[in-house]
Design a binder for this molecule. Structure first.
Ligand code: M6R
Length: 607
């Protein structure tokens, strides 16, 4: 799970690559490295443990002049984070950057050692430049040597490869994301589009076993045997500014504040209030009449959105929905019916477990529908159909706008299916669309009160543990709130269905434990009030999030945050926002690395 980037064009490559690398840092930041080549000088290579800043500090621009190069930011899998394990890796005159895992590297390493090669790192990647060099020594040209090497690799890879003395950049992809950016007089390769969106918005989304050869300013894409394949160049609507911080201290804060806009973009072109219709052009579905069950499968925040999706679907469509964590689903041989529908949810569309779950399902001939944010991502391409969330690039490791837009997509899908099956009539759909349309403005009012959350964060930032409680549709919201807090502030936070409190977690409560309650005035209200009483009786400190200005517990709790009302199934879109802000402000006050928290990466492309 690393980020790779490569450049060949008319400009100096070094700064372009470093800039792209910064945008890829969300994929890993254990080490970074760069290799640059021009006609006059040998390949220059620099690697540093730590972040891109460390690498940049170690480079003298004058030494790194050249119009072709590769760069890498690493999330360690094989070999500890260190300079010697940092990419690019070199053997002879061949230099490689790699994202993925070479599963048979030990076997390859043994055979390469027998040929007299010696290894400098503990990585799986280093076998690749050795293999290519070895094939070149045996008389093959660079391109052929790469193809022969690729055929020996088992596992996953997105690769950038250059060779001293040749104005040729070769890239290859198998089960790890890789795109080609088509610029003016230049080609770039990158793990994703935001990395290079400031240079071009024309992209080629590569497929598995594609091999890209950029030679002297021309591009050729072939299969692994060298037969040319045709790949469409697509225009992406994202702009460079969308992938910048735009004056915010962190991407996460920017992305929280972007939610009104992101949500509007999710709805645009799909909702028709007058007609009471929700349309998805890109959607193809199995026969709803025969459908016995819908599955919703994902990881992390996207899984929390599925838990909400289940409640939205079941309440309105009366079709049983099963939710599962992708890493569990794929190994438990679930009992699937060929008429079922499997919805796989992923912001990145590159999460290895979710992709593996999709592949399992496809083998069984069951229809897969992806809900993704990243255009052209693996999940979006390989599922039978896809609905995009259109949230724009999400760079902060902690997912925020992806979550709220995923819920909106679930809600719109429910309306679409409800109309198809007759579970909802035009009036129902019209009313629900009316509520959907009000959400961006309502989120904005929450954001306008952000200083309340900053204050609340200040009062609670030194607490060691937090408990998050909610019932019904608010249970997934509190799971999400707790996940946000722990991943960026490193504070221990647990979330429970509020009714479960008395079955164990109540033992944790004392005056040092803030207990976050999400308790709007709905069918869960009264019961949650009782749970608050139980906490207060045990001297626990309650932070209450509600849509009720006159909440009956207001006078007894430590903090009350009031957000706008909406229909029950859409409340998570609103009540999660103050929880995102609370987590953000606590982490910011504690001075953690909010956008790139320790041990985490944005796209988890390994199992
Ligand atoms: O890209 P995906 O939505 O598939 O990512 C799934 C999880 O890795 C992701 O939601 C993760 O839990 C985030 N760090 C949560 O903020």
């Amino acid at each position: 799970m690393c980020g790779i980037v490569g450049y060949q064009g008319n400009e100096e490559a070094c700064n372009i690559l470093i800039d792209a690398l910064r945008r890829l840092e969300y994929r890993g930041y254990d080490s970074a490295g760069i290799a640059i080549w021009d006609n006059e000088r040998p390949i220059r290579l620099a690697r540093k443990q730590g972040k891109v800043n460390e690498l940049q500090g170690a480079i003298r621009e004058d030494d790194f002049r050249g119009r072709m190069g590769l760069a890498h930011t690493r999330w360690a899998t094989h070999g500890v984070p260190s300079e010697r394990n940092a990419h690019p890796h070199r053997a002879g005159d061949v230099v490689v950057v790699h994202n993925g895992i070479i599963e048979n590297y030990l076997e390859l390493k043994e055979s390469l050692k027998k040929e007299g090669n010696s290894f400098q790192s503990d990585t799986d990647t280093e076998v690749i430049p050795h293999l290519v060099s070895s094939y070149i020594r045996k008389g093959n040209g660079f391109e052929e040597a790469v193809r022969l090497s690729l055929k020996r690799l088992k596992g996953s890879y997105a690769l950038g490869i250059i060779r001293e003395g040749e104005n040729t950049l070769i890239a290859a992809k198998k089960e790890s994301p890789l795109i080609v950016g088509v610029g003016d007089g230049e080609y770039m390769i990158a793990s994703d589009a935001p990395a290079i969106i400031n240079r071009t918005n024309r992209f080629i989304f590569l497929e598995d076993d594609d091999v890209v050869v950029v030679r002297d300013g021309t591009l050729k894409i072939t299969d692994i045997d060298g037969t040319e394949v045709s790949r469409e160049t697509k225009h992406v609507q994202w702009t460079g500014a969308m992938a910048e911080k735009g004056g915010y201290r962190h991407f996460m804060l920017k992305e929280i504040f972007e939610q009104p806009r992101a949500l509007s973009d999710t709805l645009i072109g799909r909702i028709q209030e007058e007609q009471g219709e929700v349309l998805f052009e890109e959607l193809s579905l199995p026969d709803m009449g025969k459908m016995k069950k819908i599955w919703m499968v994902a990881c992390g925040t996207s899984y929390h959105a599925c838990l909400i999706g289940k409640q939205i679907f079941e309440a309105n469509l009366r079709i049983p929905v099963e939710t599962d964590i992708a890493s569990e689903f794929r190994y438990r041989d679930p009992i699937l019916d060929e008429n079922d529908l499997i919805i796989l949810v992923s912001q990145s569309g590159e999460t290895a477990d979710t992709i593996a779950a999709m592949k399992e399902v496809k083998k069984k001939g069951v229809h897969t529908l992806a809900i993704c944010n990243v255009l052209g991502s693996t999940l979006s391409r390989e599922s039978h159909s896809v609905v995009y969330t259109h949230a724009g690039p999400e760079i902060g490791v902690a997912s925020t706008k992806a979550f709220t837009t995923q819920i909106a997509v679930f809600f719109m899908l429910m309306l679409h299916l409800g109309k198809l099956t007759g579970a909802l009539d035009t009036q129902d759909v019209r009313r629900h669309i009316g509520e959907l349309k009000k959400l961006p403005h309502k989120i904005q009012t929450i954001l306008d009160s952000h200083s309340e959350m900053e204050e609340c964060a200040r009062r609670n930032m030194h607490c060691k543990d937090f408990l998050y409680l909610g019932r019904g549709i608010h249970f997934p919201t509190v799971l999400e709130g707790a996940l946000k807090l722990k991943e960026i502030s490193y504070i221990h936070a647990e979330a429970y269905a509020a009714g479960e409190m008395k079955h164990g977690p109540i033992a944790l409560i004392d005056e040092n434990m803030p207990v976050v309650f999400v308790s709007p005035r709905d069918q869960t209200y009264k019961k949650t009030c009782s749970n608050m009483e139980e906490v207060i009786t045990r001297r626990g400190k309650v932070l209450l999030f509600t849509d009720d200005n006159e909440h009956e517990m207001s006078g007894k709790v430590d903090t009350v945050f009031v957000f706008p009302e909406t229909v029950y199934e859409l409340q998570p879109v609103l009540d999660v926002v103050p929880l995102q802000l609370l987590a953000y402000y606590i982490a910011n006050l504690l001075g953690t690395d909010v956008d790139q928290p320790r041990n985490l990466a944005k796209s988890v492309t390994v199992e």
